[in-house]
Design a protein. Structure first.
Length: 375
């Protein structure tokens, strides 16, 4: 399938202006196929402020943010680019998404990530409820980003197109999170800076499967293999060796400072699809664990064992920042650039396996198609 090009710009609303949402505002402003028509904010202090100011773009866009969700739905946009925090409010967030598609509005969202491939994570009746809402509203819903998302769905599956035999697909994130500003994720979910005997939410049985099971199962579906159930969860948590500064809260020596976890999909007891994260708050620790390429502070790594043996290290960093800045940008841009294809898709949950080719069409600097805020 070729990429989708709409006849006229799609009217888009950005839902939240946090670490991802502010990049989504800038991304939509620069996209030739999208027009920003509204922005939702949860903070009353942001109500009425111009979207360009909230996105720190240094100029106004003529679109005022609002806390009035009904007013934004009444705009009947073509798509809501939903970037609100979902990790600590999964089901509340799903209810929001259901209300959007029931209103006939297509949605691309950065979460909850389990909706990337919800089979065997959500109960069948819950998935049916979402699909029914999409059908009733004639709208589509696509959840993606960078991880879960492009780095462990499109990238590894495209690589397997070069394979003659596949023994194992392993997708990895190897990152220093000390510059990642997301206190809830760092403290409550991971447990960084907490006593070692105090488990973060992610380390309770079954939570990793809920959070990243979509990755493992979607890759398996793309390779047409049926995995053993349940998936296998492995977690290796390590204490910080010294007091470590972090933008989300410093990590004292002796508290949790690093973790390596795996979510393993097996076929007849043999690992075939593996999701692995190596997450440090001090890049110099745990040298026995996998490290990013020299000179970088993080990467996504795809290893395909078989014939041939293949490995790709996908690195990124912000033009004026580190990999955690660019992680927010790439997450926003994946769901922005996919928006035309999602709007054109039949109603329902749209996965990466359903999408045609998605590119950065119209975004080349100086190209005729670049909006650059000139609307």
């Amino acid at each position: 399938m070729s990429q989708v090009i709409p006849d006229q710009p799609l009217r888009a609303v950005v839902w939240s202006t946090g670490t991802i949402g502010r990049h989504a505002i800038a991304g939509i402003d620069a996209h030739p196929d999208l027009e920003l028509v509204g922005v939702w904010v949860s903070n009353p202090d942001k109500d009425g402020k111009d979207a360009g100011i909230l996105a720190e773009m240094g100029r106004e866009l003529g679109v005022a943010a609002t806390t009035d969700r009904d007013a934004l739905i009444a705009l009947k946009p073509d798509v809501i680019v939903h970037t609100a925090m979902a990790d600590d409010r999964v089901f509340e967030c799903i209810e929001d998404l259901i209300s959007f598609v029931e209103a006939g509005i297509n949605v691309t969202s950065s979460g909850p990530v389990l909706l990337q491939w919800p089979d065997k994570i959500l109960p069948p009746e819950f998935i049916e409820r979402i699909e029914t809402a999409c059908a009733d509203g004639g709208a589509s819903l696509h959840v993606n980003g960078i991880d879960p998302g492009f780095a462990n769905d499109v990238l590894p599956l495209v690589m397997t197109s070069l394979s003659q035999r596949i023994d194992e697909v392993r997708v990895m994130e190897i990152c220093d999170y000390s510059t990642y500003y997301q206190p809830v994720v760092m403290g409550e979910l991971f447990g960084f800076g907490k006593p070692m005997d105090e488990l973060g939410m992610l380390w309770h049985p079954g939570i990793l499967t809920m959070a990243w099971g979509s990755v493992v199962r979607q890759i398996a579906a793309g390779l047409d293999v049926v995995l053993d159930e349940p998936l296998t969860e492995n977690v290796d948590r390590r204490a910080a060796e010294k007091d470590t500064p972090s933008v989300s809260g410093d990590v004292p020596a002796g508290t949790m400072g690093a973790v390596r976890f795996q979510l393993i999909g097996k076929v007849d007891g043999v690992p075939r699809v593996v999701l692995e994260h190596v997450t440090r708050t001090d890049a110099a620790t745990q040298p026995e664990w996998e490290t990013p390429p020299a000179g970088t502070d993080g990467c996504y790594r795809v290893k395909i064992t078989g014939e041939p043996m293949m490995q790709v290290d996908f690195t990124h960093h912000g033009e004026h920042g580190d990999h955690n800045v660019s992680g927010m940008i790439t997450t926003a841009q994946r769901i922005i650039n996919a928006a035309p294809a999602v709007v054109a898709a039949p109603p329902g949950i749209v996965t990466a396996l359903d999408l045609p080719l998605v590119t950065g069409r119209g975004l080349v600097a100086g190209g005729a198609g670049v909006a650059g805020g000139n609307r």
